[in-house]
Write a protein that binds this ligand. Structure first.
Ligand code: NDP
Length: 286
Protein backbone atom coordinates (compact mmCIF):
# COMPACT_ATOMS: atom_id res chain seq x y z
CA UNK A 1 0.00 0.00 0.00
CA UNK A 2 1.39 3.44 -0.90
CA UNK A 3 1.64 5.86 1.97
CA UNK A 4 -0.87 8.71 1.97
CA UNK A 5 0.64 12.14 1.24
CA UNK A 6 -0.72 15.55 2.06
CA UNK A 7 1.76 17.32 -0.20
CA UNK A 8 0.85 18.24 -3.79
CA UNK A 9 3.35 19.02 -6.52
CA UNK A 10 2.76 22.49 -7.94
CA UNK A 11 2.50 24.10 -11.37
CA UNK A 12 0.60 27.20 -12.41
CA UNK A 13 0.44 30.44 -14.32
CA UNK A 14 1.68 33.99 -13.79
CA UNK A 15 -0.17 36.74 -15.67
CA UNK A 16 -2.30 39.85 -15.31
CA UNK A 17 -5.18 39.88 -15.58
CA UNK A 18 -5.42 36.20 -14.73
CA UNK A 19 -9.13 35.95 -13.96
CA UNK A 20 -10.32 35.18 -17.50
CA UNK A 21 -7.63 32.58 -18.32
CA UNK A 22 -9.33 29.13 -18.57
CA UNK A 23 -6.07 27.10 -18.58
CA UNK A 24 -6.35 26.38 -14.84
CA UNK A 25 -9.69 24.63 -15.40
CA UNK A 26 -8.35 22.22 -18.01
CA UNK A 27 -5.09 21.50 -16.18
CA UNK A 28 -6.81 20.85 -12.86
CA UNK A 29 -9.40 18.57 -14.51
CA UNK A 30 -6.77 16.54 -16.36
CA UNK A 31 -4.39 16.32 -13.35
CA UNK A 32 -7.32 15.16 -11.14
CA UNK A 33 -8.39 12.57 -13.71
CA UNK A 34 -4.83 11.20 -13.88
CA UNK A 35 -4.68 11.14 -10.04
CA UNK A 36 -1.10 12.43 -10.02
CA UNK A 37 -1.30 14.65 -6.94
CA UNK A 38 -0.33 17.68 -9.03
CA UNK A 39 -2.08 21.07 -8.85
CA UNK A 40 -2.14 24.09 -11.21
CA UNK A 41 -2.50 27.48 -9.49
CA UNK A 42 -3.63 30.53 -11.50
CA UNK A 43 -1.77 33.56 -10.06
CA UNK A 44 -2.39 37.27 -10.58
CA UNK A 45 1.17 38.63 -11.01
CA UNK A 46 1.72 42.27 -12.03
CA UNK A 47 4.89 43.18 -13.93
CA UNK A 48 6.69 44.58 -10.89
CA UNK A 49 6.12 41.28 -9.02
CA UNK A 50 7.34 38.82 -11.66
CA UNK A 51 10.79 38.38 -10.05
CA UNK A 52 9.16 37.69 -6.65
CA UNK A 53 6.77 35.17 -8.23
CA UNK A 54 9.67 33.34 -9.94
CA UNK A 55 11.65 33.19 -6.67
CA UNK A 56 8.51 31.96 -4.89
CA UNK A 57 8.03 29.15 -7.40
CA UNK A 58 11.65 28.04 -6.98
CA UNK A 59 11.44 28.25 -3.18
CA UNK A 60 8.16 26.34 -3.01
CA UNK A 61 9.45 23.52 -5.18
CA UNK A 62 7.18 24.13 -8.21
CA UNK A 63 7.74 21.87 -11.23
CA UNK A 64 7.32 24.87 -13.51
CA UNK A 65 4.84 27.50 -14.65
CA UNK A 66 3.24 29.24 -17.60
CA UNK A 67 3.70 32.94 -18.24
CA UNK A 68 1.02 34.76 -20.11
CA UNK A 69 0.40 38.45 -20.87
CA UNK A 70 2.42 40.59 -20.09
CA UNK A 71 5.35 38.36 -19.00
CA UNK A 72 6.29 36.37 -22.15
CA UNK A 73 9.28 38.63 -22.90
CA UNK A 74 10.08 39.87 -19.38
CA UNK A 75 10.58 36.29 -18.15
CA UNK A 76 13.63 35.88 -20.42
CA UNK A 77 15.98 37.64 -17.98
CA UNK A 78 15.12 35.09 -15.26
CA UNK A 79 16.01 32.01 -17.33
CA UNK A 80 19.18 29.91 -17.47
CA UNK A 81 18.43 28.26 -20.78
CA UNK A 82 16.13 28.67 -23.80
CA UNK A 83 14.78 25.80 -25.91
CA UNK A 84 15.87 26.22 -29.58
CA UNK A 85 12.48 27.27 -30.97
CA UNK A 86 11.82 29.64 -28.05
CA UNK A 87 15.16 31.29 -28.86
CA UNK A 88 13.99 31.91 -32.45
CA UNK A 89 10.52 33.09 -31.39
CA UNK A 90 12.07 35.31 -28.69
CA UNK A 91 9.26 34.69 -26.20
CA UNK A 92 8.49 32.10 -23.55
CA UNK A 93 5.14 30.84 -22.28
CA UNK A 94 6.35 27.80 -20.32
CA UNK A 95 9.15 27.53 -17.76
CA UNK A 96 10.48 24.20 -16.48
CA UNK A 97 12.28 24.25 -13.11
CA UNK A 98 15.05 21.66 -12.85
CA UNK A 99 16.79 20.91 -9.51
CA UNK A 100 20.31 20.20 -8.27
CA UNK A 101 21.39 22.70 -9.36
CA UNK A 102 18.31 24.93 -9.88
CA UNK A 103 17.89 25.72 -13.57
CA UNK A 104 15.04 27.55 -15.29
CA UNK A 105 14.43 26.46 -18.89
CA UNK A 106 12.17 28.47 -21.19
CA UNK A 107 9.98 26.89 -23.86
CA UNK A 108 7.36 28.33 -26.18
CA UNK A 109 4.57 25.78 -26.53
CA UNK A 110 2.00 28.01 -28.32
CA UNK A 111 3.28 26.99 -31.75
CA UNK A 112 4.08 23.42 -30.71
CA UNK A 113 0.45 23.06 -29.59
CA UNK A 114 -0.70 24.39 -32.93
CA UNK A 115 1.50 21.98 -34.90
CA UNK A 116 0.34 19.01 -32.77
CA UNK A 117 -3.24 20.02 -33.52
CA UNK A 118 -2.44 20.52 -37.23
CA UNK A 119 -0.94 17.01 -37.45
CA UNK A 120 -4.39 15.57 -36.60
CA UNK A 121 -5.53 16.67 -40.07
CA UNK A 122 -2.37 17.15 -42.19
CA UNK A 123 1.41 16.71 -42.09
CA UNK A 124 3.00 20.20 -42.31
CA UNK A 125 6.00 18.69 -44.15
CA UNK A 126 6.19 20.12 -47.69
CA UNK A 127 3.15 22.38 -47.28
CA UNK A 128 2.72 25.95 -48.51
CA UNK A 129 1.34 27.80 -45.48
CA UNK A 130 -0.34 31.21 -45.24
CA UNK A 131 -0.42 32.87 -41.82
CA UNK A 132 -2.77 35.81 -41.22
CA UNK A 133 -1.24 37.95 -38.46
CA UNK A 134 2.22 38.71 -37.09
CA UNK A 135 1.60 38.99 -33.33
CA UNK A 136 2.74 36.58 -30.61
CA UNK A 137 0.56 33.65 -31.69
CA UNK A 138 1.42 34.09 -35.39
CA UNK A 139 5.14 34.27 -34.60
CA UNK A 140 5.10 31.02 -32.59
CA UNK A 141 2.94 29.25 -35.20
CA UNK A 142 5.03 30.41 -38.17
CA UNK A 143 8.31 29.34 -36.53
CA UNK A 144 7.07 25.90 -35.42
CA UNK A 145 5.31 25.19 -38.73
CA UNK A 146 8.52 26.09 -40.56
CA UNK A 147 10.60 23.88 -38.24
CA UNK A 148 8.07 21.06 -38.80
CA UNK A 149 9.04 21.04 -42.48
CA UNK A 150 6.69 23.44 -44.29
CA UNK A 151 8.21 24.44 -47.63
CA UNK A 152 7.03 28.04 -47.57
CA UNK A 153 5.41 30.45 -45.13
CA UNK A 154 3.56 33.53 -46.41
CA UNK A 155 2.87 36.15 -43.75
CA UNK A 156 -0.12 38.44 -44.30
CA UNK A 157 -0.54 41.27 -41.79
CA UNK A 158 -2.42 44.56 -41.44
CA UNK A 159 0.73 46.39 -40.26
CA UNK A 160 3.32 45.77 -43.01
CA UNK A 161 6.49 46.38 -40.91
CA UNK A 162 5.49 43.74 -38.38
CA UNK A 163 4.61 41.27 -41.14
CA UNK A 164 7.87 41.85 -43.01
CA UNK A 165 9.89 41.43 -39.80
CA UNK A 166 8.27 38.04 -39.13
CA UNK A 167 8.79 36.91 -42.74
CA UNK A 168 12.49 37.90 -42.48
CA UNK A 169 12.81 35.96 -39.20
CA UNK A 170 11.38 32.78 -40.76
CA UNK A 171 13.50 33.19 -43.87
CA UNK A 172 16.78 33.60 -41.98
CA UNK A 173 16.29 31.35 -38.92
CA UNK A 174 14.36 28.32 -40.30
CA UNK A 175 14.70 26.07 -43.37
CA UNK A 176 11.41 27.38 -44.87
CA UNK A 177 11.24 30.10 -47.53
CA UNK A 178 9.17 33.06 -46.31
CA UNK A 179 7.71 36.26 -47.73
CA UNK A 180 5.38 39.06 -46.65
CA UNK A 181 2.18 39.61 -48.62
CA UNK A 182 0.31 42.90 -48.06
CA UNK A 183 -3.25 42.40 -46.77
CA UNK A 184 -5.34 43.79 -49.64
CA UNK A 185 -9.17 43.82 -49.35
CA UNK A 186 -10.76 40.40 -50.00
CA UNK A 187 -7.33 38.77 -49.93
CA UNK A 188 -6.75 36.19 -52.67
CA UNK A 189 -5.29 33.03 -51.15
CA UNK A 190 -2.25 32.05 -53.30
CA UNK A 191 -2.69 29.03 -55.59
CA UNK A 192 -1.25 25.88 -54.03
CA UNK A 193 -1.80 26.94 -50.41
CA UNK A 194 -2.21 23.79 -48.30
CA UNK A 195 -2.81 25.46 -44.92
CA UNK A 196 -4.39 28.86 -44.18
CA UNK A 197 -4.27 30.04 -40.56
CA UNK A 198 -6.08 32.92 -38.91
CA UNK A 199 -3.54 33.85 -36.24
CA UNK A 200 -5.08 37.28 -35.61
CA UNK A 201 -7.54 38.04 -32.82
CA UNK A 202 -10.31 38.78 -35.35
CA UNK A 203 -13.50 36.94 -34.37
CA UNK A 204 -12.61 36.57 -30.67
CA UNK A 205 -15.53 36.88 -28.20
CA UNK A 206 -17.39 39.28 -27.94
CA UNK A 207 -16.66 40.18 -31.61
CA UNK A 208 -17.64 36.78 -32.99
CA UNK A 209 -19.48 38.38 -35.96
CA UNK A 210 -16.10 39.57 -37.34
CA UNK A 211 -13.96 37.51 -39.68
CA UNK A 212 -10.66 38.05 -41.52
CA UNK A 213 -11.07 39.82 -44.87
CA UNK A 214 -10.32 36.88 -47.20
CA UNK A 215 -12.00 35.87 -50.48
CA UNK A 216 -12.85 32.32 -49.47
CA UNK A 217 -13.78 31.49 -53.07
CA UNK A 218 -10.00 31.46 -53.69
CA UNK A 219 -9.47 28.70 -51.09
CA UNK A 220 -8.96 25.47 -53.03
CA UNK A 221 -11.06 22.44 -52.02
CA UNK A 222 -9.35 20.35 -49.35
CA UNK A 223 -7.20 23.22 -48.05
CA UNK A 224 -6.86 23.14 -44.26
CA UNK A 225 -8.22 26.35 -42.73
CA UNK A 226 -7.29 26.81 -39.06
CA UNK A 227 -8.25 29.44 -36.49
CA UNK A 228 -6.37 30.33 -33.30
CA UNK A 229 -9.50 31.87 -31.85
CA UNK A 230 -10.77 29.38 -29.26
CA UNK A 231 -13.79 31.37 -28.06
CA UNK A 232 -16.09 30.74 -29.86
CA UNK A 233 -14.68 27.35 -30.95
CA UNK A 234 -16.61 27.40 -34.24
CA UNK A 235 -15.63 30.86 -35.46
CA UNK A 236 -17.52 32.51 -38.29
CA UNK A 237 -14.33 32.21 -40.37
CA UNK A 238 -14.22 28.42 -39.93
CA UNK A 239 -17.93 28.06 -40.70
CA UNK A 240 -17.56 30.08 -43.91
CA UNK A 241 -14.40 28.17 -44.92
CA UNK A 242 -16.20 24.87 -44.43
CA UNK A 243 -18.98 26.05 -46.74
CA UNK A 244 -16.25 26.61 -49.37
CA UNK A 245 -14.99 23.02 -49.07
CA UNK A 246 -12.12 23.55 -46.63
CA UNK A 247 -11.04 21.11 -43.92
CA UNK A 248 -11.26 23.13 -40.70
CA UNK A 249 -9.29 23.09 -37.46
CA UNK A 250 -10.44 25.04 -34.39
CA UNK A 251 -8.47 26.94 -31.73
CA UNK A 252 -9.47 24.49 -28.98
CA UNK A 253 -7.07 21.95 -30.49
CA UNK A 254 -4.16 24.39 -30.14
CA UNK A 255 -5.11 25.23 -26.54
CA UNK A 256 -5.46 21.57 -25.54
CA UNK A 257 -2.27 20.42 -27.27
CA UNK A 258 -0.30 23.25 -25.72
CA UNK A 259 -1.54 22.21 -22.26
CA UNK A 260 -0.67 18.56 -23.00
CA UNK A 261 2.85 19.61 -24.04
CA UNK A 262 3.28 21.72 -20.89
CA UNK A 263 2.20 18.83 -18.63
CA UNK A 264 4.62 16.48 -20.42
CA UNK A 265 7.51 18.96 -19.98
CA UNK A 266 6.77 19.43 -16.26
CA UNK A 267 5.80 15.90 -15.22
CA UNK A 268 6.75 13.44 -17.98
CA UNK A 269 3.11 12.30 -18.05
CA UNK A 270 0.64 12.33 -20.95
CA UNK A 271 -2.69 13.74 -19.76
CA UNK A 272 -6.10 13.13 -21.35
CA UNK A 273 -6.79 15.75 -24.04
CA UNK A 274 -10.45 14.69 -24.31
CA UNK A 275 -11.00 15.68 -20.66
CA UNK A 276 -9.47 19.10 -21.37
CA UNK A 277 -11.50 19.64 -24.52
CA UNK A 278 -14.76 18.74 -22.73
CA UNK A 279 -14.04 21.28 -19.98
CA UNK A 280 -13.29 24.02 -22.53
CA UNK A 281 -16.45 23.28 -24.50
CA UNK A 282 -18.50 23.60 -21.28
CA UNK A 283 -16.78 26.89 -20.39
CA UNK A 284 -17.24 28.47 -23.84
CA UNK A 285 -20.82 27.20 -24.14
CA UNK A 286 -21.65 29.02 -20.89
P1 NDP B 1 -1.21 40.08 -30.65
O1 NDP B 1 -1.86 41.29 -30.07
O2 NDP B 1 0.22 39.81 -30.38
O3 NDP B 1 -1.41 40.09 -32.25
C1 NDP B 1 -2.67 40.35 -32.82
C2 NDP B 1 -2.59 40.14 -34.33
O4 NDP B 1 -3.92 40.31 -34.86
C3 NDP B 1 -1.71 41.15 -35.05
O5 NDP B 1 -1.14 40.54 -36.19
C4 NDP B 1 -2.73 42.23 -35.47
O6 NDP B 1 -2.31 42.95 -36.62
C5 NDP B 1 -3.90 41.36 -35.85
N1 NDP B 1 -5.18 42.06 -35.80
C6 NDP B 1 -5.91 42.38 -34.69
N2 NDP B 1 -7.03 43.02 -35.04
C7 NDP B 1 -7.03 43.12 -36.40
C8 NDP B 1 -7.93 43.67 -37.36
N3 NDP B 1 -9.08 44.26 -36.99
N4 NDP B 1 -7.60 43.58 -38.68
C9 NDP B 1 -6.45 42.98 -39.07
N5 NDP B 1 -5.55 42.44 -38.19
C10 NDP B 1 -5.84 42.50 -36.88
O7 NDP B 1 -2.12 38.87 -30.14
P2 NDP B 1 -1.71 37.32 -30.03
O8 NDP B 1 -0.93 36.96 -31.22
O9 NDP B 1 -1.15 37.06 -28.70
O10 NDP B 1 -3.14 36.62 -30.08
C11 NDP B 1 -3.89 36.52 -31.27
C12 NDP B 1 -5.07 35.59 -31.06
O11 NDP B 1 -4.59 34.27 -30.80
C13 NDP B 1 -5.96 35.95 -29.85
O12 NDP B 1 -7.31 35.84 -30.23
C14 NDP B 1 -5.62 34.88 -28.83
O13 NDP B 1 -6.72 34.58 -28.01
C15 NDP B 1 -5.31 33.70 -29.75
N6 NDP B 1 -4.48 32.68 -29.12
C16 NDP B 1 -4.97 31.41 -29.09
C17 NDP B 1 -4.25 30.40 -28.54
C18 NDP B 1 -4.83 29.03 -28.52
O14 NDP B 1 -4.23 28.15 -27.88
N7 NDP B 1 -5.92 28.76 -29.22
C19 NDP B 1 -2.93 30.65 -27.92
C20 NDP B 1 -2.47 32.02 -28.05
C21 NDP B 1 -3.25 33.00 -28.60
P3 NDP B 1 -1.35 44.26 -36.46
O15 NDP B 1 0.05 43.75 -36.38
O16 NDP B 1 -1.63 45.01 -37.71
O17 NDP B 1 -1.81 44.98 -35.22
Amino acid sequence: MTERTFLAELTGSFSTSAAQNPTVAIMEAAFAEADLGIRYINCEVPSNRLADAVRGAIGQGWLGFNCSIPHKLAILEHLDELAPSAAIIGAVNTVIIRRDPDRLIGENTDGQGFVASLRTVIDPMGQHVVVLGAGGAARAIAVETALAGATSITIVNRTPDRGQELADLIDTRTPAAARFLPWTPQLHVPHGTGVLINATSIGFHPDEADMPDVDLATVEAGTVVADVVANPPRSRFLQAAEEHGAVTLDGLGMLVNQALTNARLWTGHDLDGAVMRRVLEEIFAG
